[in-house]
Design a protein around this ligand. Structure first.
Ligand code: PMP
Length: 368
């Protein structure tokens, strides 16, 4: 069976190999007589799944030894509260607003600290990235928040800001929900990273947090114990029952990632090459066409989420219907932005982007 190509922004396509492996183990994981959903999280079977997933992720993302990997719940929006509960100490929080998700983060953080907007691209409709050299960073910020890939607006930081060089000693906290594992991370510039799993890692319900040791142990008294990073870390993400199924599927996805190769590279570095090639193919086509347009500045276009518009918007429904009939699913843009959006995460093969470009070219030629 040839599955259609699925361009959903999340929950998003999962590598077919992973789905097949999970299906084959659904009723009996490795001769244990149990499916993974039915296992105690404290049993040796699940502990082995958990330990391998953590070790593989640490290797894939080159997470240094002084950072803890936490598997939590609550999603990106949950972390919008959990991060300030743990890091703000009730003080100042600098936020860089680059789109819908960082906008939501700054609003939520106001409940727990004194939010200062260090930079914003609101004036240009979230289509450019404010240059870090112009950020108004506070001298006393407890941390600086940035969303390094804005899923709705299609904006990505291609390089993480170096806060020290900008004169700030605050740790950088990044929301990397929608580009985690699509490229390497420079941990020397990051104190904490969080992301929901449902785009690049696995199913919804699992939230990944990578946090530097010195940022543990500062939670506000009101912070729920299950969301206190120090407590979660001390219990190896098992203070409460972790999202076992999510960790298992993410673990299979990490193994799949480790098998990827491209231009002599492996793992996340290989994935990055493939993501660059996929994004270039799609953006080049859009820029060269008369019908389609992407409004994001060239230097910060997301490799993962490509929003685009038909210059004749009355053709939108026909475009989507034709795409579906061709086996290209979930291309409708986010309701707040309109138009179309192609999310081309790790699990989207180059052939899927080629099929999309082929369809778009044909639609422009025959129907527009
Ligand atoms: N941050 C980003 C960058 C996202 O893309 C999303 C989900 N689309 C969220 C946060 C919110 O995640 P959740 O729905 O898991 O809370």
């Amino acid at each position: 069976m040839n599955r259609p190509y699925n361009f959903s922004a999340g929950p998003a396509a999962i590598p077919e190999e992973v789905l097949r492996e999970a299906a084959s183990e659904m009723l009996d994981w490795h001769g244990s007589g149990m499916g993974v959903m039915e296992m105690s999280h404290r049993g040796k079977e699940f502990i082995s799944i958990y330990e391998r997933a953590e070790a593989d992720l640490r290797e894939l993302l080159a997470v240094p030894a002084n950072y803890r990997i936490l598997f939590m719940q609550g999603g990106g929006l949950g972390e919008n509260a959990i991060v300030p509960l743990n890091l703000s100490r009730g003080g100042r929080i600098d936020v860089v607003v680059t789109g819908s998700w960082s906008q939501k983060s700054q609003k939520e953080a106001r409940k727990y600290g004194n939010v200062h907007i260090a930079a914003s691209n609101e004036a240009d409709g979230h289509t450019t990235l404010p240059a870090p050299s112009g950020w108004q960073l506070s001298a006393d910020a407890s941390y600086v928040h940035a969303c390094t890939n804005e899923t709705i607006n299609g904006i990505e930081f291609h390089e993480l800001p170096d806060l020290k060089r900008l004169g700030s000693n605050a740790p950088l906290a990044i929301d990397f929900s929608s580009h985690v594992a699509s490229r390497p991370v420079d941990w020397s510039r990051v104190g904490l990273a969080f992301g929901g799993a449902q785009k690049n890692l696995g199913p919804a319900g699992l939230t990944l947090v990578v946090v530097r040791d010195d940022l543990l142990g500062h939670a506000l008294p009101a912070c729920p114990s299950a969301f206190d990073y120090r407590i979660v870390a001390e219990h190896d993400s098992m203070y409460n029952t972790p999202p076992t199924w999510g960790i298992y599927i993410a673990g299979l996805t990490f193994q799949w990632l480790k098998r990827q190769t491209e231009n002599g590279l492996t793992g996340v570095a290989a994935m990055e090459q493939s993501n660059i090639a996929k994004a270039k193919l799609l953006y080049d086509f859009i820029d060269g066409s008369q019908l389609y347009v992407n409004k994001v500045a060239q230097d910060c276009r997301s490799r993962m989420n490509v929003p685009f518009f038909l210059r004749d918007e009355s053709r939108n429904d026909a475009f989507l219907a034709g795409a579906k009939a061709t086996g290209l699913l979930q291309l409708k843009g986010h309701k707040s932005v309109g138009g179309m959006r192609a999310s081309i995460y790790n699990a989207m093969p180059l052939a899927g982007v080629q099929a999309l470009v082929g369809y778009m070219r044909e639609f422009e030629r025959t129907q527009a």
